[in-house]
Ligand binder design. Structure first.
Ligand SMILES: NC(=O)c1ccc[n+]([C@@H]2O[C@H](COP(=O)([O-])OP(=O)(O)OC[C@H]3O[C@@H](n4cnc5c(N)ncnc54)[C@H](O)[C@@H]3O)[C@@H](O)[C@H]2O)c1
Length: 449
């Protein structure tokens, strides 16, 4: 029999989780405290940009398999499984702030206490949380509802924004942290439709599951910082990071993924998760030296890129920069900890003017910058009368621009590309001075050192 599920927190993870479980036949109640979000979702509007989610959500709303509500109590009581998809933002000291998770755990405890016949509940933590959080959630619920029948499960989510539906529907693996056979059985049943092609479900301890998520994110972040450090070295010694990347990426021990030089990683996960595992390790008397360096390199990367702009122009006061790309990566509207913002901050602080364009993320930037930054209606409108073009997100639509049109629009024929979207020789042939990451800077007729 299909399960009834409550998804608490209807953001990137919660909305995708709820929609995808509804698609496999579960009855899903998505709960949030954000009235506006719930109103939008009830009207069938999606508050985030996530490819493919709209069609899936519309179908499941139509089939009445998914509902949106502010009512936590009714949703908890109606459900067999309660997924916590709540924020775990960084606290002042870098640790994951557990106030949302433990606050909801407290509420669930009270609800179960006030409703002694509520029956068994599996409370599943999908948020990214430090090792030991499952115990904290269990203790919190137990303290409020000593007689309640429940298990707490750690089920970290590995989806990538921009590919979230695909990742959820066809996960490379599912990790379930539990010692409870009852909870394990429910979780296996829930995920069975998504692993039919044979991808594994790992049932491990809660603590191992919690660390697995941080280890995965830190490892990918490490690859990004590694290639960025190599790119910086290539710049210093006149080598080409594209060639180096191709040479090492073909080695099956290394592989090609997440080896793209850039202005650094950002988003709602890598930066905060790297900091959180460092803090969690420190709290447990451990130093994670590799991960410390990963963070240090990433912090410096956008600043290094900005320095190229400054070195080219000298004084930036009054200059106008057209920025293509605000999201921390392509295919998302997410601007949390976007490296683009680090660079824009520096441009503004240096007295420059910024006009920006992003296919999906301008709303997020408006929230941060208000009128300090202006926004273009499209790629070419943005570059008109700008002193240089600065590319900060690897959207596909930026990959093959009309260089002739760019030349007509820009005051100076200079491109700073923080995503290495173009071939250096081709851009030089179009009569641009072209700065990128880990490759020689080229101009129409000479290589600029
Ligand atoms: N975004 C990702 O790509 C991703 C991937 C894997 C894991 N994660 C992790 O999943 C968790 C959630 O991330 P997200 O990106 O979905 O966050 P989000 O900020 O997009 O969504 C969180 C939602 O929770 C709601 N909320 C806050 N307090 C609430 C409460 N008391 N009751 C009900 N709803 C409440 C917020 O209003 C918001 O809608 C985080 O721990 C994150 O690290 C995120």
């Amino acid at each position: 029999m299909p399960y009834t599920i409550a998804v608490i927190g209807t953001g990137y993870v919660g909305l995708v989780t709820g929609t995808c479980f509804a698609e496999s036949g579960c009855q899903v109640n998505c709960v949030d405290i954000d009235h506006k979000k719930i109103d939008m979702l009830e009207r069938g509007e999606i508050p985030i940009y996530e490819p493919g989610l709209d069609i899936l959500l519309a179908r499941n709303i139509r089939e009445r398999r998914i509902k949106f509500t502010l009512d936590l109590e009714r949703s908890v009581l109606a459900s067999d499984v309660i997924f916590l998809c709540l924020p775990t933002p960084p606290g002042e000291d870098g640790s994951a702030d557990l106030k949302y998770i433990l606050g909801v755990a407290e509420q669930i405890g009270t609800i179960l206490h006030n409703n002694p016949s509520a029956g068994y509940k599996a409370v599943v933590d999908k948020s990214t949380v430090p090792v030991g959080t499952s115990e904290l959630v269990r203790d919190t619920i137990r303290r409020n509802a000593p007689g309640a029948d429940f298990d707490v499960v750690s089920n970290p989510e590995f989806l990538r924004e921009g590919y979230a539906v695909e990742d959820f529907m066809r996960p490379e693996r599912v990790v379930i942290g539990t010692q409870s056979k009852r909870a394990e059985e429910i979780m296996r049943e829930l995920y069975e439709p998504y692993v039919r092609s044979g991808n594994p479900i790992f049932v491990i301890s809660e603590r191992s599951a919690e660390i697995a998520k941080y280890a995965a994110n830190s490892f990918v972040a490490m690859r990004i910082s590694f290639i960025n450090e190599m790119a910086n070295f290539c710049e210093q010694v006149g080598a080409n990071i594209d060639d180096v990347r191709a040479a090492i990426g073909s080695d099956s021990r290394i592989g090609k993924k997440y080896l793209y030089p850039s202005v650094g990683y950002g988003g709602s996960c890598f930066p905060k998760d790297v900091r959180a595992i460092l803090k969690s390790a420190a709290d447990n008397s451990t130093t994670l030296q590799v991960i410390e360096s990963v963070e240090r390199v990433n912090k410096e990367q956008p600043v290094r890129f900005f320095e190229k702009i400054r070195a080219h122009f000298g004084d930036l006061t009054g200059l106008r920069f057209a920025v293509w790309g605000l999201a921390y990566k392509a295919n998302t509207d997410d601007v949390r900890e976007s490296p683009a913002f680090v660079i824009i901050d520096q441009l503004l602080a240096a007295g420059a003017e910024v006009i920006a364009y992003d296919p999906e993320a301008m709303e997020g930037a408006r929230k941060k910058y208000g009128r300090t930054v202006t926004y273009g209606a499209g790629m070419y409108e943005t570059v008109r009368n700008a002193d240089a073009l600065v590319i900060l997100t690897e959207w596909n639509e930026f990959r093959n621009p009309d260089f002739e049109r760019l030349r007509e629009c820009l005051n100076n024929h200079v491109i700073f590309d923080g995503r290495n979207l173009f071939n250096t020789a081709e851009v030089a042939a179009k009569h641009f001075t072209y700065y990128s990451v880990g490759r020689a800077t080229t101009s129409a007729d000479k290589v600029v050192e």
